[in-house]
Design a protein around this ligand. Structure first.
Ligand SMILES: C[S@@+](CC[C@H](N)C(=O)[O-])C[C@H]1O[C@@H](n2cnc3c(N)ncnc32)[C@H](O)[C@@H]1O
Length: 204
């Protein structure tokens, strides 16, 4: 059976309000990621959340005093409708790769999005070359990665393509894209979960 587009699967999730469970499930990891990123980013800062789902991280970022602009982008029509209905903000319906923003940002945030792409490391290069301001920060979280063996059956159980990379492949991919001060860190670690792999770095 052919694999399904991740955006179609997540549109169905949105229609069944499963986006809310995802929001709760990802909140702890995202809070840790934002704590890391906010310390690193210049102030005031503009930000974009890539694969924003129902826009909950955009609304979180909007509450920071120093956040001057926040944009969300997602390829699921139903997620973007939800994001627009839940509050103010600029949201774009677009499938990646193949879209780029009309401005550059000081912070790119992404949670549980990158591995749905066929070539996520190429996307890191796009972020570096076309999306980020000088000294801008990229922080991305993934729960599906080689070391998280509990995630290995997700592509089959969801019938969706996922690119499985190791912590070292993500780290090297960031360096190859041109990022400096590259680090990976496990966040949201708890009993039975080895943690979200947070990958972050800075534009020179
Ligand atoms: C696991 S959900 C995470 C959503 C949100 N970041 C969160 O933490 O709740 C992945 C999101 O990425 C979006 N997505 C997957 N592949 C995409 C693509 N190629 N282009 C744009 N969005 C995509 C899906 O529509 C979905 O909303």
């Amino acid at each position: 059976m052919a694999t399904r587009d991740a955006t179609d699967v997540f549109s169905e999730w949105a229609l069944r309000n499963r986006d809310e469970g995802m929001e709760n499930g990802h909140a702890e990891s995202v809070d840790e990621m934002l704590n890391i990123a906010i310390k690193m980013v210049k102030k005031p800062f503009s930000a974009i959340d890539v694969g924003c789902g129902n826009g909950w991280v955009c609304r979180k970022l909007q509450s920071y005093d120093n956040c001057s602009k926040i944009v969300g982008i997602d390829g699921s029509n139903e997620m973007i409708i939800k994001a627009e209905n839940k509050g103010l903000g600029e949201f774009h319906l677009a499938t990646l790769p193949g879209w780029k923003p009309s401005q550059k940002f000081d912070l790119i945030h992404s949670m549980e999005f990158l591995y749905y792409l066929k070539d996520p490391l190429e996307m890191l290069k796009n972020f570096f070359n076309e999306w980020l301001e000088e000294k801008g920060i990229l922080i991305a979280g993934v729960d599906h990665y080689s070391e998280n063996t509990a995630s290995h059956d997700w592509p089959e159980s969801l019938n969706v393509h996922m690119t499985t990379l190791s912590e070292e492949q993500w780290r090297q991919g960031m360096i190859d894209a041109g990022f400096i001060d590259v680090e990976t860190r496990r966040v949201g670690v708890k009993l039975g979960f080895i943690g979200t792999l947070a990958i972050f770095g800075r534009m020179p």
